[in-house]
Design a protein around this ligand. Structure first.
Ligand SMILES: Nc1ncnc2c1ncn2[C@@H]1O[C@H](COP(=O)(O)OP(=O)(O)OP(=O)(O)O)[C@@H](O)[C@H]1O
Length: 319
């Protein structure tokens, strides 16, 4: 879907991005992590041509981005930044409608799309469409920012620290919503974050950068189990590694299905956990409840399986 080849950016004598090459497949969620100033934002901004590369190439679906007019390109790529950047004197409806209007969509199609997106982001259209950004909380504004970026059905969504300014609870809520929406829409996302936990939770692949260079690009699990020596190894942590590994999987992926359990197994007394929860949450619940077995339930609360301490220990252990 997107292919970056030997990409560099020099600001005077300073090399912000140094000979970067990577590919992101269609529908993948790629997260760029690394220390402050390592070139993450510059990379993102070269993809939508807010910054012109010094060297190298960026292709989206095989097409070199420099062959497209920047405005035309940006209408195909959603862009979300920290602090949102909503237009303060436009209503929420007008904000979300910005790119569809520029593209000449019919009014009825625009109205339908705005309502659809507000609903998707759990914002009641009747309440929110006519409001102005300052009348919304930070979390609500951030949702509108993402909705606006998705309005014209872009093939690629670039997100630069989108949840950086939010409190931890709102941040987690929006991460969950973003994951669901990404799975629903099948959109390709490249996100920048400082937060490794956020990267592990959201990413199909994590790209670790340092001093303008790409050090490793791998799935969260591979990165945690087999980090390259040096910076990546320091980044993924020592004592935190097992718990981070548990964050990469959901309960539903490793539970024993109810149908395969012995019939006599008592299930009613066990603490319950949702199949969509992470293994890390499952481990926390076991410790909290001093239990060794959990009952797994689906979205409706129906028991569908069990998960034991032994399986969790295996999943968090070195391979
Ligand atoms: N317009 C510019 N002119 C000169 N130097 C710049 C410019 N933009 C970025 N830089 C420098 O390039 C380097 C990379 O910046 P960039 O914003 O890409 O880093 P980052 O990894 O996104 O950092 P952060 O996580 O702090 O946002 C930094 O040293 C920065 O000071």
């Amino acid at each position: 879907m997107i292919e970056v080849t030997a990409l560099s950016k020099h600001f005077g004598t300073h090399i912000a991005v140094n000979n970067l090459s990577f590919k992101v497949d269609s529908g993948q969620f790629c997260v760029l992590v690394g220390t402050s100033g390592c070139g993450k934002s510059t990379t993102l901004r070269m993809i939508n041509r807010l910054i012109e590369p010094s060297q190298g190439q960026i292709r989206i679906k095989g097409q070199d981005v420099t062959t497209l007019a920047p405005e035309q390109l940006r209408r195909r790529i959603g862009y979300v930044i920290q602090g949102v950047g909503l237009f303060p004197h436009r209503t929420i409806h007008q904000n979300i409608a910005t790119v569809p209007r520029l593209l000449g969509w019919k009014k009825t199609d625009i109205d339908a799309r705005v309502t659809e997106l507000l609903t998707l982001f759990k914002l009641d259209a009747a309440t929110f469409a006519g409001k102005y950004p300052h009348q919304l909380s930070g979390g609500e504004q951030q949702r509108v920012g993402v909705a606006r970026a998705l309005a014209a059905k872009p093939e690629l969504l670039l997100m630069d620290e989108p949840f950086g300014a939010l409190d931890p609870l709102t941040r987690e809520l929006l991460q969950d919503e973003l994951l669901k929406i990404q799975q629903l829409l099948g959109i390709t996302i490249i996100m920048v974050t400082h937060d490794l936990e956020e990267a592990i939770k959201l990413a199909d692949v994590i790209a670790v950068m340092d001093k303008g260079k790409l050090l490793q690009l791998d799935t969260p699990e591979t990165l945690l189990r087999h980090p390259n020596a040096g910076f990546v190894q320091d980044l993924v942590g020592g004592s935190e590694r097992p718990l981070r590994l548990l964050s990469t999987k959901q309960v539903g992926q490793i539970m024993t299905k109810l149908a395969t359990l012995p019939a006599a197994q008592p299930v009613a007394q066990l603490p319950t956990i949702a199949a969509s929860a992470s293994l890390r949450d499952a481990m926390a619940l076991l410790i909290w409840e001093q239990a060794e077995q959990l009952q797994v339930v689906d979205d409706t609360g129906k028991p569908i399986g069990q998960l034991g301490l032994h399986e969790l220990l295996q999943q968090g252990a070195r391979a």
